[in-house]
Design a protein around this ligand. Structure first.
Ligand SMILES: Cc1ncc(COP(=O)(O)O)c(C=O)c1O
Length: 406
């Protein structure tokens, strides 16, 4: 175990105490289990189909033409920065200056790390929605901050998933979590792993709180294009008083199905973006040269691309949701992202960790216990996450295996 390894001649652990609790991720453990058991891996969120051919070709062209093979400019290549601002304008009516209000990062992961390292002083509190994407906790820890989780809780309602049972934000809990030490709110919508998309009312309340308490907001909106049914993605930066205090994070990996390219970005005021750039320049300095040109083209694809992408994922969501329901899981409605959260209690189970560790042998399928995304592990214990960004036939086979196993 990485976290407990120590130098040969001292009792001191190799891994520093800020990171000690983050030894090995569940994804590594579960993916290894998937390989060993020949299971279908619905654990990690990456598509099994690459993004648009023309965008892959755009990357090849950039490589061949020698665009981006050497260090690109620190803030990102101008073509991509302009494409990002044009996208924010076209989709949401938000105006950003491509020269001072955009920074290209090594995926959203680096954007999160650089933002937190830039904005936090040791001891600062970060209020984040729990369950949270696993890098949040680690990055808050690396920055010396303290995380203050606000737990999203399942709404009451019919248990058939179709009727819209979802995880919701308790606004009183959110308000109570803010103290004089709170530096920023770390928000994620559409939300991984619950599939919740924060509503206009929830976002309005978050914005009002941020303004009232004069807080910075970092909002991870990497699944902005994956919203279904009547859900709508509303960027937090568009709410009154938010533009000047909000850093918005996006990612090409999720929207264009090229997760390995690691092209992400932040948008915000010149002051905020320049702070993030100060941290980023000592993490990677620059990244993904040729891919930046390709993503610039991707962001300029017509609306038909984004519509078709969403429609394809919607079919996949419905195939997996039906299969899981059929196998006996309680299925929460995924309004956004490519994850489905389930409740395993109808199967007579209550410990998601034990369930997921046994599932590959039992059913030949890998899933992730939501408890890993919680500080209050007990609150997440009965929930298990499945990714549906896989081919329909793969999802159908997984559904068949699960049905046969229970
Ligand atoms: C909520 C959320 N934020 C950020 C990321 C990381 O994005 P990227 O691959 O662009 O680093 C992910 C990836 O799963 C995610 O789910």
């Amino acid at each position: 175990m990485t976290s407990t390894a120590s130098a040969p001649d001292s009792g001191r652990p190799l891994l520093n105490r800020r990171l000690a609790e983050f030894g090995t991720t569940i994804f590594a453990e579960m993916s290894a289990l998937a390989v060993r058991t020949g299971s279908i891996n619905l654990g990690q969120g990456f598509p099994d189909t690459d993004g648009p051919e023309e965008i892959r070709e755009a990357a090849v062209r950039a490589l061949r033409d020698g665009r981006g093979n050497q260090y690109p400019p620190g803030p990102g290549v101008p073509e991509l920065r302009t494409a990002i601002t044009a996208h924010q304008q076209r989709r949401y009516g938000l105006s950003y200056d491509p020269d001072t209000e955009v920074l290209v990062t090594a995926g959203a992961t680096e954007a999160i790390a650089a933002a937190l390292l830039a904005l936090l002083e040791p001891g600062d509190e970060v209020v984040a929605l729990e369950p949270y994407y696993d890098s949040y906790a680690a990055c808050i820890a690396m920055a010396g901050g303290t995380r203050v989780p606000v737990t999203l809780r399942p709404s009451e309602g019919p248990r058939d998933g179709v009727a819209g049972r979802r995880f919701r934000l308790d606004l009183d809990e959110l308000r109570a979590a803010v103290t004089d030490r709170t530096r920023l709110l770390l928000i994620n919508t559409p939300h991984n792993p619950t599939g919740t998309v924060l509503t206009r009312a929830e976002l309005t309340a978050i914005a009002e709180l941020a303004v009232e308490r004069d807080l910075l907001v970092v909002t991870d909106e990497v699944y902005e294009h994956l919203v279904f049914d009547d859900a709508e993605h509303l960027p937090l930066a568009g709410f009154p008083g938010m533009r000047e205090r909000t850093l918005t994070i996006g990612s090409a990996g999720k929207t264009f199905s090229f997760t390995g390219w690691k092209v992400g970005w932040v948008t915000g005021t010149p002051g905020l973006v320049s702070a993030v750039r100060s941290a980023k320049q000592f993490l990677t300095y620059v990244n993904s040269g040729p891919f930046q040109y390709a993503v610039a083209e991707a962001l300029s694809l017509p609306d038909s691309y984004f519509d078709a992408f969403r429609a394809d994922m919607l079919v996949k969501r419905d195939v997996l949701a039906a299969g899981l329901r059929d196998a006996g899981f309680d299925v929460f409605t995924t309004a956004g992202t490519y994850f489905i959260t389930t409740d395993i209690r109808p199967l007579g189970e209550s410990d998601g960790f034990a369930f997921c560790r046994a599932l590959p042998e039992r059913a030949g399928v890998v899933a992730i216990p939501n408890a890993v995304f919680y500080d209050h592990r007990e609150a997440g214990a009965p929930f298990v996450r499945f990714a549906f960004c896989k081919k329909v036939e793969v999802l159908e086979e997984a559904a068949k295996r699960l049905k046969g196993a229970f």
